[in-house]
Design a protein. Structure first.
Ligand code: GAP
Length: 515
């Protein structure tokens, strides 16, 4: 099973609900659009992903420290950052279906279809020509491929320049010319393109004592920028150094769909790396490699990731790349790496009137540092992991199982302790083993149902190890340990369990970035 396509995606969503990973928010009131809650297993998996990220940033890098800043910030922050004026999406409505779309996404999806056509031509030719096939030459010379590549270039050029110069009428014309139809009504009956600010606003203080407008932060990064000097002074870190933070962000997404891929309340894991101006491209390359390395360390196949260089740069960037993951609905952004120049610190310096500079003793100069940012959505990472992990397997005895092949280091439950039967002193022995392991690993103890059913339940939540206590355990202090993926069982002494599990849930080390 490739876990691609709508049917697979539906199964993954249903599985997440059935096994306590993700529930729709306020479900007893029929849910709240694009808001989700993490269940007992989801919360564990999410915590483990966050911890893996935090350790990789803060613990493994001498020159990165972590922060935890407030969701509410002074409203001037969002004026300075550009979010009040420029954090807009171009949206368009279909008059027949009354559905709303992001105009840029409609065009990007059209381009995506052209790219798929090219990929199909290439794979058809590869089959026809066999080993002698030269893909590069084919792409450079095949007339149909050339024609589609030219179309992509022309559309991209027009679209980027219209977006940059805010010619919303041109974006609508492009949608009409390309014959893009509403996926629901199938019609081309579009409204004009309008702009829509994505920030959620609310009031702080009561109206009578002069409340003022505040926003729910749309990114965690600004909490880092406004604390840059506090951290630099109190940590005495020298450039280059980084500040990391994880936390909730909020965006009033127009087209919030695809489960937890695009939500209105989500969590980011961001790191701002402060560097000397002129060194930003070197660090941009470094972090691009480092972030890919982090993703690949989880054992997800490399072909499931690809890089997408931004044609249209955000208002704060001089270089930007997305790492995309092959989700069940296609390749989409999971992480952004942006060279943000001195835009944010410079703007905060200007709006606050406070100097946000660094004195560089090596060159005897003060300047506003440049910043390279890495920003990954925790929920998107979660979705990538569960959609890669979901497997339906046929077993040699003809039975079937669903197993979540979650990287063992991130699995919600690491060990299940399962007495074979609920009598003869086996539950007591099981509790003894459970109490021994629970301080080091998240363990479950279960003595209900047949052992096969308990194995299946733990396969379905991705528990890497099941320990079975049987009558022999009472006489020689040994147990069987069953490994999730191979289903192989081994008899081992109770005192060896810690070592085997610890070894099994370690992440494999990877070469340093750049090597
Ligand atoms: N500070 C930079 C920044 O916020 P972004 O590309 O807008 O950049 C970074 O967001 C990451 O946050 C994305 O790569 C994605 O993983 C995640 N993200 C953004 N919007 C999201 C949403 N509505 N739902 C879930 N994750 C989202």
């Amino acid at each position: 099973m490739t876990n691609r396509g709508e049917d697979s995606f539906k199964k993954i969503i249903a599985h997440c609900k059935e096994y306590g990973f993700i529930f729709p928010s306020s479900e007893i009131y029929d849910g709240l659009s694009a808001v989700y809650d993490y269940g007992q297993n989801g919360a564990e998996l999410k915590n483990n992903i966050r911890e893996y990220w935090w350790k990789s940033m803060v613990q493994y890098h001498e020159n990165i420290v972590g922060l935890d800043t407030a969701i509410f910030m002074h409203p001037k922050v969002w004026k300075a950052s550009g979010h009040v004026d420029a954090f807009n999406d171009p949206l368009i409505d279909n008059k027949d279906s009354k559905k709303r779309y992001r105009a840029d996404v409609l065009i990007e999806e059209y381009i995506g279809k052209l790219e798929e056509k090219i990929a199909k031509e290439v794979s058809k030719a590869a089959k026809r020509f066999g080993e002698s096939f030269d893909a590069e030459l084919f792409i450079e010379t095949n007339p149909r491929v050339l024609e589609n590549r030219k179309k992509i270039r022309d559309i991209t050029e027009r679209f980027v320049s219209a977006l940059e110069q805010e010619r919303l009428g041109d974006i609508k014309s492009l949608i009409l010319e390309l014959g893009i139809v509403c996926p629901v009504s199938g019609s081309r009956n579009w409204t004009d393109v309008r702009k829509f600010n994505l920030m959620f606003g609310t009031q702080m203080g009561s109206a009578s004592d002069g409340s003022h407008q505040v926003y729910l932060r749309p990114e965690t990064a600004q909490g880092i920028f406004v604390n840059y000097l506090n951290v630099q002074k109190t940590s005495r870190l020298k450039l280059p150094f980084g500040i990391a933070q994880t936390g909730k962000a909020f965006r009033n997404e127009i087209v919030a769909r695809q489960f937890i891929f695009r939500m209105r309340e989500f969590e980011q894991m961001e790191m701002q790396f402060f560097v000397r101006p002129g060194q930003e491209f070197e660090w941009f390359e470094y972090w691009k490699k480092e972030r890919l390395r982090w993703l690949l360390a989880l054992g997800i196949p490399a072909e499931r990731f690809r890089l997408h260089k931004h044609e249209k740069l955000a208002h704060y960037a001089n270089a930007a790349v997305d790492i995309e993951y092959d989700f069940p609905f296609g390749f989409k952004e999971i992480e952004g790496i942006h060279s943000r120049t001195d835009f944010d610190l410079g703007a905060h310096q200007q709006h606050s009137g406070k100097k946000l500079q660094y004195f560089d003793p090596e060159i005897n100069e003060s300047y506003v540092p440049y910043v390279v940012e890495t920003s990954i959505g925790l929920d998107r990472m979660f979705l990538a992991i569960v959609s890669n992990a979901y497997r339906e397997e046929k077993l040699p005895d003809g039975s079937e199982r669903v197993v979540m092949n979650i990287p063992a280091a991130l699995a919600p439950v690491k060990v299940a302790v399962l007495p074979l039967v609920k009598k003869d002193g086996l539950p007591e022995k099981g509790r003894e083993v459970f109490n021994r392991l629970k301080y080091d690993f998240n363990c479950h103890y279960e003595d209900k149902d047949a052992i096969g059913r308990r194995y299946r339940r733990h396969d379905a939540i991705g528990t890497p190890y099941c320990i079975t206590i049987d009558h022999q355990s009472l006489t020689d202090n040994t147990v069987t340990i069953r490994e999730r993926d191979s289903m192989e069982q081994q008899r081992i002494p109770i005192e060896h369990i810690d070592k085997v599990v610890k070894q099994g849930i370690r992440l494999r080390p990877l070469p340093e970035a750049g090597s």
